[in-house]
Ligand binder design. Sequence first.
Ligand code: PGA
Ligand code: ZN
Length: 420
Amino acid sequence: MQRIRKVSALEILDSRGRPTVKAYCELDSGLIGAASVPSGASTGKAEAHELRDQEKRFNGMGCLKAVNNINVEINDALKGKEIKTQNELDKLLIELDGTPNKSRLGANALLAISISFARVAAKNNDQPLYQYFSNLADKPIKHLPRPTINLFSGGKHAGGQVPIQDLLLVPTQQTIMSSLDCTYRVYQAAAELSLKKYGTRALTADEGGLAPPFSSLKEMFDDALQSIENAGFVPGRDVMLALDVASSHFYNNGNYHLGDQVLDSEGMIDLLSDWVSQYPIVSIEDGLYEEDWQFWPTLKQRISSKCLVLGDDLLCTNPARIRRASKLGAANALLLKVNQIGTLTEALEALQLARGAGWKVTISARSGETEDNWLADLAVGWQGDQIKIGSITQSERLAKYNRLLEIEKEIGLPVINWPN
Ligand code: PGA
Ligand code: ZN
C-alpha cells in the first residue's frame, strides 16, 4: 500500500436535509477514495457519538467540527504515513480519538475516514469494494443478501400514526431484480389500497415507506397481506414479513405504550408471539426495550423457532453488548450498522462475534442516508443474510439497490436461500 498523501472532508446533506460528513483519502500515487456517512433518528443509547456542532446553523445539526477534525488533526496524524491494513488505520483513529465512544473527534469523522481508506485501498489493489470487504472478513462470497424492504412505516420515521417503526417485505425470490420487481408491485398495490381505504396515497416516511392513517396495528398487517394478494402474490410463500418494532421508542417506566394499549414486558412478548403465529413473520427487530435484558431471553424462547430475534438498539453493533446478549441467549441475529460503532474494524469484530454465536446478520442502512453506495458492497463482502436499506423509492435508497444490481450482474450469484 502506498503512503497517504492527505485526508480531507466537507459537509454535505443527507436524505433528511441534515449535514453529514464526506471524506477523501488520497494516496501518494494520486488515487483517491471518498465516502460519506449516514445518520440515525431512532438511535440506540449505546451508539458511538456522532459529533454535531450544537450551534444555530441547521438547528445544531452542523458537522463542521467533525469536518475540521478530519482536515486538521486526523490529516496531521495520517499524512505521509504508510498504512498497510484497515486494522492498522482504525486502531490509529481509535487511539487518536482516545474516548470510549468517539466523542472527541466524532464517530462520523472516524467512520468517513475508515471507509474512504477502504475505498482507496480497494482501488489500489485493483479490486471491487465488495471483494476488499470479503478479504477483510476472510469469507468467500457465495450468495447475495436477501433484501428486507420497508412497506409501511410509523414511529419516529413517520408521524407516529402507528408505534411500530417498520413493516418490511421479505420477498422469497432468488435474484435481487425479481425481489425488487415483487416489492414494486406490492408497494403500488399498497398505495392504491390506501387511496381507496383512506382517501390518500399515503405520505412517505423517512426511508420511503408508506404511512397510511391506520386505525390499528391489525389494520396495518391486514393491509400488508391484502396488498401482497392484490399484487398477485401469496403471503407466506412469495413474500414474508419482517418488523422493526423499535420498541425502545415507546417504552416508558417499565411499560410499552402502543397507542391506548399499555403492556408490561410479558404482555409485549405475548403480543409479539401472537403476531408470529398469525402472520408470516420471519424476523422481529427490537421487539423489546434496549435495556430490558431480563425479558429478551424469554422473547427468544417464545418466537425463535419461527422467526429471527434481531437486535438493533439492543446491540448497537457493539462487541460488548453482543457478547452479553449471546451469553444470556437474548437474541439470534445482529443488525449491523457500521456507524453505531464508528470503524470498519470494530464492526467486523461485531460481525465475527455474531457469526461465532451462530447468529444471522442483517446489514443495515440508517434512516438518514446519502447517495453513497458502500453499504451494498459491505453486505455482499461480509455475506449478510439480509440487507435492510429502506423502501424502493428515494435515490439515497436506490443508490444501494442499484449497486446490488450491478454486483448481481458482475458475480451472478443467487440471493441466499433464506427464509425459504
Ligand atoms: P435509524 O433507524 O437509522 O433511525 O436508527 C433504522 C432502524 O432502526 O433500523
Ligand atoms: Zn431498528
